[in-house]
Design a binder for this molecule. Structure first.
Ligand SMILES: *Cc1c(COP(=O)(O)O)cnc(C)c1O
Length: 383
């Protein structure tokens, strides 16, 4: 009998040791990890610089509370602010909490409560962020949601024009829908959102929890597009496995989050902040991001070649190292079979295989993953 609530459909694998893109199970089986802890370990398992920063912080102190000054938080906030042009940062512990902060700030700053999000979006599992999420399966059984959310189809220009009005506090969306199936936003859609937000005074919140921190080959996915968000939320890759989330906002919003307005006991924990600082020093390097784009081009090219003639693969989508392979059939069997041959991948909805390799993965590791995926999907590479 388990003492755990069975909230996760867990795999039959228990990790014992992991390094870089590789994990060894307690049974001694080696796996190439193209899940990165669901887009978290962007610089790989046990990155030496992150480990060093965490160890050094542990040797100094590991918690004091936000009643004290924190030069670590100041430095990480400065790195994030300089890279986004959003000059204020609030630290939380998770993605859902970062989005909670965004929702609270948008409501307070505008004095309005309606927030428009997209169908198939994912924004978290707290009451507000579950309400923001545009997927019914996340909400089943929990009774009435926070009533302030309305949903529009992703990339539907006319629907967003109709939905946003002078009662709207914010529009909230992902640049690439992660959990929803790896769907990439279109520039025209962002243009429409920007215009309608400007006309109505609504704010634009971009959820970069999965897409941020170099995942797409830019520091933040919105930087692939012409768009200027008022608020950006982060978590997953920020601490490379140490729990930390962040909400970034424009200077115009600063006064609405003053003393006593919001907070978190653990938010901006010194150990997580030390990890985040080490992560950002690596990931924000132009050469590092350039390399991610090269690996991405290589991975997409290999996948397109492998599945050119395939009836099973319908579409290959994504940006950077956030990749979806849409199949004709359900993919849960493939995910299991890939585990058997030593490759860990995710799904995104029932029919999409999702690849989120560490951004530090080698070209040879990409080769291996594509080789095994094409074998399992029964396609012979036409080399
Ligand atoms: C994972 C995720 C969240 C929720 O993050 P948690 O840390 O699990 O609360 C929110 N938005 C997006 C886009 C995500 O991918």
């Amino acid at each position: 009998m388990t003492a755990l609530f069975q909230t996760y459909a867990r795999w039959d694998i228990e990790p014992k040791k992991a390094e870089g893109a590789w994990m060894t199970s307690t049974e001694g089986k080696k796996y190439l990890d193209f899940t990165s802890g669901i887009g978290v370990l962007n610089v790989g398992h046990q990155h030496p610089a992150v480990k060093k920063a965490v160890k050094e912080q542990l040797d100094s102190f590991w918690h004091v509370s936000n009643l004290f000054k924190s030069s670590g938080q100041e430095r990480v906030a400065r790195l994030l602010a300089d890279k986004t042009g959003l000059s204020r940062v609030f630290f939380a512990n998770s993605g859902a909490e970062a989005n909670e902060a965004a929702i609270k700030l948008a409501r307070k700053a505008t004095g309005r409560s309606k927030i428009i999000t997209c169908t198939q979006s994912f924004h978290g599992r707290t009451f507000a962020t579950m309400g923001a999420t545009g997927q019914d399966k996340v909400k089943q059984g929990f009774g009435p949601m926070l009533s302030s959310f309305e949903y529009v189809p992703f990339n539907d220009v006319n629907a967003i024009k109709k939905a946003v009005d002078t009662q709207t506090a914010a529009v909230m969306l992902e640049i690439v829908q992660g959990e929803g199936g790896i769907y990439v936003v279109q520039q025209e859609y962002l243009d429409t959102i920007q215009t309608i937000c400007r006309e109505t005074g609504a704010l634009l919140i971009i959820d970069e929890i999965q897409t941020g921190i170099g995942r797409t080959g830019q520091a933040f996915a919105f930087q692939h597009f012409q768009v200027k968000p008022d608020i950006v939320t982060l978590a997953k890759g920020l601490g490379n496995g140490l729990p930390i989330g962040a909400m970034l906002g424009s200077e115009a919003l600063a006064d609405y989050f003053g003393p006593g307005s919001h907070g978190s006991t653990f938010g901006g924990n010194p150990v997580s902040v030390a990890a985040a600082e080490a992560v950002l020093q690596i990931v924000f390097e132009e050469q590092f991001l350039q390399k991610v784009s090269e690996k991405s081009a290589y991975l997409f090219e290999k996948l397109h070649t492998a599945f050119k003639e395939s009836n099973e693969v319908q579409e290959i989508r994504g940006i950077g190292l956030m990749v979806g392979i849409e199949c004709t059939s359900e993919v849960s069997g493939y995910v299991k079979e890939l585990q058997n041959v030593g490759i860990l991948v995710l799904n995104a909805g029932p029919k999409v295989i999702r690849l989120l390799p560490p951004l530090t993965a080698e070209f040879t590791e990409i080769d291996l993953a594509v080789e095994k995926i094409s074998e399992i999907l029964k396609i012979k590479e036409t080399v």
